[in-house]
Design a protein around this ligand. Structure first.
Ligand code: SF4
Length: 360
């Protein structure tokens, strides 16, 4: 995917990052308000909107806070893994069939880059007054490393942590489906004491081709993980979303074994497992936009808590248990957790030692 348009919010006075992006892509900066840009793009046919959303960078300021807890919905009793997120970017040049960003095409049909990221330092400081440690990352509404060579988010966050002496109090994850780790590795070499983690989301090759357009092939992600580990950067693996159709279970076990062979185990910060889950409207969207995708072919059942569809609980437990078992053959007590699953599922899987108390 190539960036084809650079737009800066009309009210923006700091054009440093937008200027850097314009120079990088040989483009000029356009000045529009968010409303003008939204109106222009949403007037286009639907598929063209998605295309533009992946190729337009919109530089603006964020009005609300950057830092929040991860998005396990309140009221639902999902067991929390203690993660926090920073939304410094919202949008992604990659295009995944199951990505929630597709739902935001109406009011965010571009990649928003919030240039007032300095305020994150204040938010982190306030958080650390009340808490001893935070485990945090930028990969909720963006791919953390897809644009890192342009935005230097790794440089920004790691130097912020080092400047404040937060090396033992902040664990910062950059979660990605790319293999773009050069900037992160170079930054880590400047700040080796900062606890940063390169988190790689892993999928089966078959889904990379059909459902994760623009991302790096799985082997390239594993190669990037190995490079990070060799450079001293801790690594995380996220098997999420697991497509829980019986015929794929052995492939996932193989993938887990492959991942654990790729990096020294002492360099693995954590591993997460999460089944494919999405709303009913997302099912329609996947079928419409991604006719070749097989993701929605398995049976899914709605949850009363978050109205998302998930595979039947016994099938989820079977997948999680089988993959956890493979992981335990490599690491007897892995730092393993489930994403957006309730206590009963953690119990059914058994042997999950994840303790998030250090993180909140
Ligand atoms: S890499 Fe992540 S943020 Fe980007 S399109 Fe895929 S799921 Fe969405």
């Amino acid at each position: 995917m190539t960036i084809a348009r650079i737009v800066a919010d009309k009210s923006l006075t700091n054009l440093t990052l937008a200027g850097k992006a314009a120079a990088r892509y040989g483009l000029t900066i356009e000045r529009l308000t968010k409303d003008e840009l939204v109106a222009e793009i949403t007037a286009l046919p639907l598929e063209e909107r998605y295309r533009r959303a992946k190729r337009t960078l919109f530089f603006t300021t964020r009005k609300g806070p950057f830092l929040s807890t991860c998005r396990c919905p309140s009221g639902a009793d999902y067991r929390c893994c203690g993660y926090h997120t920073i939304q410094s970017v919202s949008g992604c040049p990659f295009d995944c069939s199951y990505c929630i960003l597709q739902h935001y095409i109406g009011n965010n049909p571009f990649i928003s880059i919030f240039v007032n990221r300095e305020t994150i330092e204040t938010e982190m400081r306030e958080h650390l007054v009340k808490h001893n440690h935070i485990r945090v990352g930028t990969g909720e509404l963006a791919d953390s490393l897809a644009l890192d060579d342009l935005l230097d988010e790794s440089g920004f966050f790691l130097s912020m942590i080092a400047r404040n002496g937060w090396e033992k109090r902040v664990t910062f994850e950059f979660k990605t489906k790319s293999d773009r780790v050069d900037t992160l590795i170079a930054t880590h070499q400047r700040h080796p004491a900062v606890d940063c983690v390169a988190g790689f989301t892993l999928t089966l090759d078959r889904f990379h081709a059909t459902d994760e357009i623009g991302t790096a092939p799985v082997l390239a992600r594993l190669h990037a993980a190995a490079r990070c580990a060799a450079a001293g950067v801790r690594v995380a693996f996220h098997f999420d979303p697991l497509v829980m159709q019986e015929q794929f279970l052995d492939d996932y076990r193989l993938l887990a074994a492959q991942a654990l062979d790729a990096v020294p185990h002492e360099k693995i910060a954590w591993i997460s497992l999460g089944g494919l889950r999405h709303t009913v409207s997302m099912t329609d969207l996947i079928r419409r936009r991604w006719p070749a995708s097989t993701l929605t072919l398995g049976e899914m059942f709605p949850s009363a808590d978050d109205h998302k569809l998930r595979p039947f609980a016994p099938l989820r437990a079977r997948f999680y248990r089988a993959i956890a078992e493979t992981i335990r053959k490599h690491i007897p007590e892995p730092p393993l957790y489930l994403c957006m699953e309730k206590e009963f599922m953690w119990e059914r899987v058994g042997g999950l030692k994840w303790n998030h108390s250090r993180s909140i």
